[in-house]
Design a protein around this ligand. Structure first.
Ligand SMILES: [Zn+2]
Length: 249
């Protein structure tokens, strides 16, 4: 696989092609693998530099040391064999231990109205947080936040989960419409609702309240990119993260 760039021990390669039959050809039709431009390489390199070295080391130790560039994201198609297009800006994938970046990350990225951080920067740090956690969230985190499973579904003890999920659905709907209609106003509305709903309840976003894994990734990414996180996160949360991750208070 040709490597175009390396930084902090991470290699940046073009999106994986389908010629070696490692995956169904519909994957490449959906994702459109492509090369990195110089501007993109330096942008993502800068975002990686914003993360603590210890965090980056554990991400690599977990096997996630390569970034790939695709036009679009994907999901499994209805037949469960092939793939169909989806539009996340970035994602981690256990199948080939990859961190993947799509065109959306380099489209005009909104600034967060509260922390003034670049939304794409946050998205990349969020994906690194998933690679850092790698499915190993422990009981002390679940207990700290109040996560428990009821009939196979994750719930937050102190909150109305129907309201949380309905709110996050509205955030998603506004976001999709904003992208499809090229409406920065709708995207700004989606971000505002997501942030405000979460912050009023002690979280960075409504998304953070949907399940433990997104909760962890949203919390850790906001600890790194949002200079205002002390205004909405409890001391207990700050203390847990400084003890269990490489976040420094
Ligand atoms: Zn996530």
């Amino acid at each position: 696989m040709p490597v175009q760039f390396e930084t902090h021990g991470f290699s940046f390669s073009p999106g994986r092609s389908c010629v070696n039959e490692w995956i169904d050809p519909s994957f490449c039709v959906a994702t459109e693998p492509r090369e990195w431009t110089q501007t993109e390489l330096s942008k993502v390199g800068t975002w990686i530099s914003s993360m603590p070295i210890g965090l980056l080391s554990r991400v690599k130790a977990n096997g996630f040391d390569s970034l790939f560039r695709y036009g679009h994201g994907f999901r499994k198609s209805a037949d469960n064999i092939g793939y169909t297009r989806d539009e996340p800006g970035a994602w981690v994938w256990g199948r080939d231990k990859s961190i993947n970046v799509s065109d959306l990350i380099f489209a005009a990225s909104p600034l967060d109205p509260f922390g003034r951080y670049d939304f794409s920067h946050k998205t990349i740090v969020h994906e690194f947080a998933h690679a850092f956690d790698s499915g190993t969230i422990d009981d002390s985190f679940l207990e700290l936040i109040g996560w428990r499973k009821v009939d196979g579904v994750w719930v937050l003890s102190d909150f109305d989960m129907d309201e949380v999920r309905a709110t996050y659905k509205r955030v998603q709907k506004l976001g999709f419409e904003g992208l499809n209609e090229h409406s920065p106003q709708k995207i700004a509305e989606a971000i505002m609702l997501n942030r405000r709903y979460g912050m009023e309840r002690g979280f960075p976003t409504a998304y953070a309240m949907t399940n433990p894994s997104e909760c962890f990734a949203e919390l850790l990414s906001h600890l790194i990119v949002d200079p205002t996180h002390r205004e909405y996160l409890s001391d207990d949360i700050l203390e847990w993260f400084s003890k269990n991750t490489f976040y420094r208070r």
